[in-house]
Ligand binder design. Sequence first.
Ligand SMILES: [Zn+2]
Length: 276
Amino acid sequence: MPELPEVETVVRTLRPRLVGRVITAVRLERPDILDPAGTNLAGHLLGRAVTSVERRGKRIVITLDDENRFYVHLGMTGQLTVQAPGEPLQSHTHLVIDVTEPDREQIQVRFRDPRRFGGVWWLGATGTGDERMGPEPLFIRPAQLGARLARTKRAIKAALLDQTLIAGLGNIYVDESLFRAGIHPLTAANRLTPEQTTRLARAIKFILRKAIRHRGSTLRDYRDAAGEAGGFQRRHRVYDRAGKPCSDCETPIERLVVGGRSTHFCPKCQSRRKKS
Ligand SMILES: [Zn+2]
């Protein structure tokens, strides 16, 4: 599932191709990807120029020159790519937006999502899409993270996946961050020491920045707006490495299920008894 680094990479590859360009055609193949249902998307988009493409959490927020905004969520298998109009349409392409390219040919932005957990949310001019979304992890302060974690007894793994507590993290980057911080995934969120919270906030930022530099992780479907796969999956230390030796201590990485999500950790480097 695309998480913050993958969505950030899509935004960075989409932005230069989209900002300042005018939307000339909209084809919605599957109206049920649209929220609110029945929104006249073509009516809102036709003739408008795109003024910005930003990321908020795992959302791709697009603003138009009339201040209206909408966002795309990639869900599990979503792809938002820029292609030439002549390229064959892949199956599960639900939305095609034609955009003018003054100096070059016309381009198409295509939203494809085989499993359809993603979609397009119309925000209008007043909706922020921010409601109930936690702070951005790249800018969170350790004290701010600590205050939010202190409110819940849930396992730290489950707490960090909660988008209302902190935005943008998913299974891969929570596992990698907890490994880097040396914190067992089942530790109760409200039992972390201030030192652990500081280490965790730093680990999250380090892992996310590094993953963005490597253009995210491609496990199966993820592609950036140019259709390129990411490279960070080769650098995972624990995620999806159950049974393989820990890169720090050679103890086999273990897997358990927390809140229904598969979780990977080193039982030695992330010992629950470890003093910190
Ligand atoms: Zn280890």
